[in-house]
Design a binder for this molecule. Structure first.
Ligand code: PEP
Length: 249
């Protein structure tokens, strides 16, 4: 049985005081849910976020991590550093990392291998650009992103992977994929994993949808059979909106 997950990616938002305030409000308002709830504050506030949420079921996760164990990588954060503050899940491959920081499939494949070696759960993001969808190339793009970064992994590695399908044209734009478009792609992703591995792995991996999910559209998107939750950007920065999205699952 795969998990339902709602995760908030805070990106480069919220200073220390704001982070603590939002986490405290979220913890107080968290509804009863079967879903795993996760938040990804910025690096500098991860350790304090872990402390603030000590007695909450909300999990603190990282927005990124480096593929090297340690060394001369100024500004970067390693798997061991995350583990040392109690963070054992990392988002890898977010479209903003790909677009603004030059993260290629090859780099992402290395990050995934390092994370899994260190027993860090990977929330792997991928998705097509608007031109890919307009030219009807979106299935090919998604298949190659998965293949390049994940399909060399051993079958056993998949128990530590969560997928987040995030069409780039829907991220932060207010434009959401329709629930049917999300379902169509999620079903395609499961079929692709079945072909590369097997149906058990495909059916056990959680596939989240991300891209302008809001309280008003979350219910319809989460209602689709192959959508196991969401990776939420903007709406995760407002406690009442994030809570409403959690309630929708
Ligand atoms: C994201 O950045 O992962 C995201 C889905 O953002 P938004 O919800 O703001 O579109």
């Amino acid at each position: 049985m795969r998990s339902k997950i709602v995760a908030g990616n805070w990106k480069m938002n919220k200073n220390l005081t704001e982070t603590e305030a939002l986490l405290t409000e979220l913890a107080a308002k968290l509804p009863d849910t079967q879903a795993e709830v996760m938040v990804a504050p910025t690096y500098v506030n991860l350790a304090s976020a872990v402390r603030t949420l000590e007695s909450s079921v909300i999990e603190v996760i990282a927005q990124n991590m480096h593929f090297a164990e340690s060394g001369a990588y100024t500004g970067e954060i390693s798997a061991d550093m995350l583990l040392s503050i109690g963070v054992d899940t990392a988002i890898i491959g977010h479209s903003e990392r790909r677009a603004y920081f030059g993260e290629t499939d090859e780099i992402l494949a290395k990050k995934v291998v390092t994370a899994l070696d260190k027993n860090i759960r990977v929330m792997f993001c991928f998705g097509e650009e608007l031109e890919d969808r307009k030219s009807d190339n979106h299935f090919n793009v998604v298949e190659s992103q998965l293949k390049n970064a994940l399909f060399s992994l051993e079958a056993s590695a998949w128990s530590k992977i969560v997928l987040a399908y995030e069409p780039v044209w829907a991220i932060g734009t207010g434009e959401t994929a329709s629930a049917d478009q999300a379902q169509e792609m999620h079903a395609f992703i499961r079929k692709t994993i079945t072909e590369a591995y097997d149906a058990t792995i495909a059916n056990n991996v959680s596939i989240l949808y991300g891209g302008s999910v809001k309280p008003g559209n979350a219910g319809e998107i989460f209602g689709k059979p192959d959508v196991d939750g969401g990776l939420i950007g903007g709406a995760a920065l407002v406690a009442d909106d994030f809570v409403a999205i959690i309630k929708a699952i």
